[in-house]
Design a binder for this molecule. Structure first.
Ligand code: OOG
Ligand code: NI
Length: 472
């Protein structure tokens, strides 16, 4: 064996770096935000019970997912301050097999950021570990006061959230096409540090207060030495149940579950959170005095994932959500919760709640699997008939089954709801959307993938595999 091959042999897979990174993040966050640990335990325990009592769900999930790691945390979120941070973050995530998918404009909800989700994109990698990071970039141009905008810009221009060690190891990974076991451990350690909490602010208390008044999110991004992870999120199989139990962790639940209503066949993503904890932050002021204030930014979230929708299905979802919100907008204090739930259930009755129907109407993406490959191929009669069928006929004949492909992305209206519940702000009525995907991609240094194309590809690949199994 030559030397080059030796080096390649030792590289660890991006999927395993991602898994280790996700679990190291979890350890750190459990430590920093104890209610998160309690939430994780609650979810894990209930998922286990839920799986025990729902064997048909186990069977379905197993077709597309790794049931062993189902309760592991599924996503986190960070907020960045400038373009160079976003570019570097893209390079870092790519070492863990996470690539930018989708563009989210949060200015629609009066949150001055736009975002993407870094995640695995191949079915097999997702199965190995679906951990994603919702990554926002502050849009300074949306700060109305020009003096304040300039002050914030100066602070951000000067900060370095990575340090030379991170830059070195990223360069090494890029040069060698990956990391060795030892390098990967160092890399994970370094990156987890980038996302840790800083109890000492990077600015004085006066500027902090000014930024807070402009928008709590601006203060959260600009005031700190690093982009602290602001939440992590395990996946639950029954979000309504966990929502009712969040108070047992000692934290206070957000009033409303974002996303679609409860259904037989879950679609997209439902999520809720516990409200951000108040943490002490030390400010070193210009007159050499120290001031301690509290800052609320970090919280815990849970998600329940359902089927990925086609653009037709998504358009129907958006239309029905829009209709619901025109009737009742859920308030952060929970005062109109019952009315909102009744309203959304009624409006969403228009969305078929049956996989076969969703499939027939091309509302959702499915994975096709041959039910019994041996008999489809080996029994001469069945095999021959099967070989002349297309995939729709194979499904009708019971040779293949369909299972929903899990939604891997986020929902902008839900994300806005999560942002707002934690910033102590009520959503504003006069939303003006102001997307700038072009600038975001320039800052990212790459274009973002189209989520629909990725799901379509997963579905197509599963069909090809079925046909190959039957015909091959
Ligand atoms: C991100 C909020 C978006 C989600 O689950 O929709 C998000 C943030 O608060 O920074 O994580
Ligand atoms: Ni989240």
């Amino acid at each position: 064996m030559n030397q080059a091959l030796n080096v390649t042999d030792q590289l660890v897979s991006a999927d395993s770096i991602r898994s280790e990174f996700s679990s190291a993040m979890s350890d750190m966050y459990r430590d920093e935000v104890p209610a998160y640990g309690a939430l994780l335990d609650l979810v894990t325990e209930h998922n286990q019970q839920y799986l025990n009592s729902h064997p048909e769900l186990v069977e379905r999930l197993q077709q597309v997912e790794n049931i062993e790691t189902l309760s592991d945390q599924r996503h986190g979120a960070i907020r960045l301050g400038k373009a160079s941070e976003l570019t570097m973050m893209r390079r870092i995530f790519s070492i863990m097999g996470m690539f930018p998918v989708g563009y989210y404009d949060l200015s629609v909800a009066n949150v001055p950021v736009h975002a993407t989700a870094f995640r695995a994109i191949k079915a097999e990698s997702i199965r190995n570990n679906p951990f994603r990071i919702f990554t926002s970039l502050l849009r300074l141009e949306l700060i109305k006061n020009p003096q304040l905008r300039e002050k914030a810009k100066q602070v951000l221009d000067q900060r370095d959230i990575f340090g030379d060690q991170v830059r070195d190891i990223v360069a090494t990974a890029e040069k060698n096409g990956g990391l060795t076991q030892l390098e990967s451990q160092l890399f994970i350690e370094q990156i987890v540090k980038v996302f840790r909490w800083h109890s000492e602010a990077a600015i004085g208390s006066e500027l902090y207060t000014e930024l807070l008044l402009e928008h709590p999110l601006v203060a959260d991004v600009v005031s700190f030495k690093g982009p602290h992870i602001n939440h992590l999120t395990p996946r639950t199989l029954d979000i309504d149940w966990v929502q009712g139990q969040i108070h047992t962790t000692g934290a206070q639940a957000k009033a409303v579950i974002e996303g679609p209503p409860r259904r037989e066949c879950p679609i997209l993503l439902r999520q809720t959170a516990f409200l951000a904890i108040r943490e002490e932050v030390k400010f070193n002021d210009a007159d050499n005095s120290h001031k301690t204030l509290t800052h609320a930014a970090r919280f815990g979230e849970i998600e329940q994932r359902g089927c990925a929708l086609t653009s037709k299905g998504r358009a129907l979802y958006d239309e029905l959500l829009g209709k619901t919100r025109a009737l009742t907008r859920p308030l952060n204090d929970g005062s109109n919760l019952e009315q909102y739930i009744a309203e959304i259930q009624t409006v969403f009755a228009a969305f078929p709640d049956n996989y076969l129907q969703m499939h027939a109407e091309k509302l959702a993406y499915f994975k096709y699997t041959v039910i019994d490959a041996a008999s489809a191929k080996n029994s001469p009669a069945a095999g021959e008939v099967a070989q002349s069928m297309d995939i729709a006929q194979l499904l009708a004949a019971g040779v293949v089954r369909i299972d929903p492909i899990t939604y891997e992305d986020f929902l902008p209206v839900s994300a806005a709801g999560i942002f707002q519940s934690n910033l102590g702000e009520q959503g504003e009525q006069d939303f003006t959307d102001n997307p700038n995907q072009e600038q975001f991609e320039i800052d990212l240094g790459a274009s973002v993938a189209d989520e629909f194309a990725l799901y379509q590809q997963m579905q197509t690949e599963s069909i090809e595999q079925c046909l190959q199994q039957i015909n091959g």
